[in-house]
Design a protein around this ligand. Structure first.
Ligand code: HEC
Length: 299
C-alpha cells in the first residue's frame, strides 16, 4: 500500500501527459503532416469551388471570385480557438472595405452557423470545406491561416496562426498596400494609354458632379462619397463615414478608366439599383475628358 502511494504522483503525471497530448491533437485536427506544401507565394490560387455553409451565410465561392480585386482568404473553424483571437481584426479589415473570403475548414453546419452568428461574420463569402480537401490544395498546415491574393489571382502573402495587432501592422497592411499599389499602377497606365482626355474640359464637366462629390484627399462626403483614391479601388469601398448601397458594394467592380466610362455612360445599366441619382453622360469624348480629370485629382 505504501509503495502504491509513492508511485501515485507518477501515475497521475503520466495520465496528465496523455490527456494533454490528446487535447493538443484535437486542437490540431485537420493537420496532415504528410502534406508538406510547396511555397505558394507568387503562384495562382488553386482551382476549387466551395459551396455555401448554409442559406443564411453568404457564399460559397470559387477560384474566379478571387480575380479582379485584392482579396484576403482566411481558413477558419468554430473549433479553432486562435481563430477567435484574430476575429476582431478581421472584422476591422472587412469594415475598411477589404473583401475577405472564408474557408470553413472541417466544421459542421450548425456549429459554423452558430459561431458566425455569435461572433459576427466579417466574410464577403464563406465556402464550406467539411473534409478539408480544398484547404489541402491551399497548402494549409494549421489554423487559422490567412492569404493575400492580388488582382491577378496570385497569392502574395501567407500567414499561419492568428493575426495579432503587431502582424497586422508589420506584415498584413504593408502587403495589402503593396498589392493595391501595383493594381493602381497597372490600371493607371492603361488609362493614360487609351484616354488622353482634355483636363480643362473635364474639370468643367465635373461641375455636374460637384454638388454630390468632392475629390481632394480627406475631403467630405456630400450626397455621394469623396472620390479620392478612386482608381484601383473596389466600388463601394467604405470611405470613412459614407454608406454605399448594397448594389454598389456587391457589384465587384474595380474602378479604372474602362469601368468608369461604362458607369458614367449609364450608371443604372452598369450597376443596377445603385443609389447615384445621375442619368449619365452620353458623349464618349466628354466622358474621356471627365475621367482624365478625375484621374489627375484623385490620386
Ligand atoms: C445628385 C448626387 C450625385 C451626382 C450629381 C453624382 N453622383 Fe456619383 N454618387 C452619388 C451617390 C449617392 C453615390 C453612391 C451610390 C451607391 O452607393 O449606390 C455615388 C457614387 C459614385 C461613384 C462610386 C464611388 C465609389 O466609392 O465606389 C462614382 C465613381 C461616382 N459617383 C462618380 C460621379 C461622377 C463622375 C459624377 C458626375 C458626372 C457623379 N458621380 C454625379 C451621388 C451623385
Amino acid at each position: 500500500m505504501r509503495r502504491f502511494l509513492l508511485i501515485l504522483p507518477v501515475v497521475f503525471f503520466a495520465v496528465l501527459v496523455v490527456v494533454l497530448a490528446v487535447l493538443m491533437l484535437d486542437t490540431e485536427r485537420g493537420r496532415d503532416p504528410s502534406v508538406i506544401p510547396s511555397p505558394l507565394i507568387g503562384k495562382p490560387v488553386p482551382q476549387f469551388t466551395l459551396p455555401a455553409v448554409a442559406d443564411e451565410v453568404p457564399g460559397g465561392f470559387a477560384t474566379d471570385d478571387l480575380r479582379g480585386k485584392v482579396t484576403m482568404v482566411n481558413v477558419f473553424a468554430s473549433w479553432c480557438l486562435p481563430c477567435l483571437v484574430e476575429h476582431p481584426l478581421l472584422s476591422r479589415l472587412a469594415a475598411d472595405g477589404i473583401p475577405i473570403y472564408g474557408i470553413n475548414h472541417r466544421d459542421t453546419v450548425p456549429e459554423a452557423v452558430a459561431w458566425l452568428k455569435k461572433y459576427g461574420n466579417p466574410f464577403t463569402a464563406v465556402g464550406f470545406d467539411p473534409d478539408g480537401r480544398v484547404s489541402v490544395e491551399w497548402g494549409v498546415t494549421g489554423l487559422p491561416e490567412t492569404f493575400i491574393v492580388d488582382t491577378n489571382g496570385r497569392i502574395t502573402y501567407k500567414h499561419t496562426g492568428p493575426i495579432t495587432p503587431q502582424i497586422l501592422e508589420d506584415k498584413v497592411l504593408p502587403k495589402l498596400r503593396e498589392a493595391r499599389m501595383i493594381t493602381r499602377a497597372l490600371l493607371g497606365s492603361a488609362v493614360t494609354a487609351d484616354a488622353q482626355g482634355d483636363l480643362e474640359a473635364g474639370k468643367k464637366l465635373f461641375r455636374a458632379c460637384q454638388s454630390c462629390h468632392t475629390v481632394a484627399e480627406g475631403g467630405p462626403n456630400k450626397i455621394g462619397p469623396n472620390l479620392f483614391g478612386l482608381f484601383g479601388a473596389t466600388a463601394g469601398r467604405r470611405v470613412a463615414t459614407f454608406r454605399h448601397s448594397q448594389a454598389m458594394k456587391g457589384s465587384g467592380v474595380i474602378w479604372s478608366g474602362d469601368t468608369l466610362d461604362q458607369f458614367l455612360a449609364n450608371p443604372q445599366k452598369f450597376i443596377p439599383k445603385n443609389r447615384m441619382p445621375f442619368g449619365g453622360i452620353t458623349d464618349k469624348a466628354a466622358r474621356e475628358n471627365l475621367i482624365a480629370y478625375l484621374k489627375s485629382v484623385t490620386q
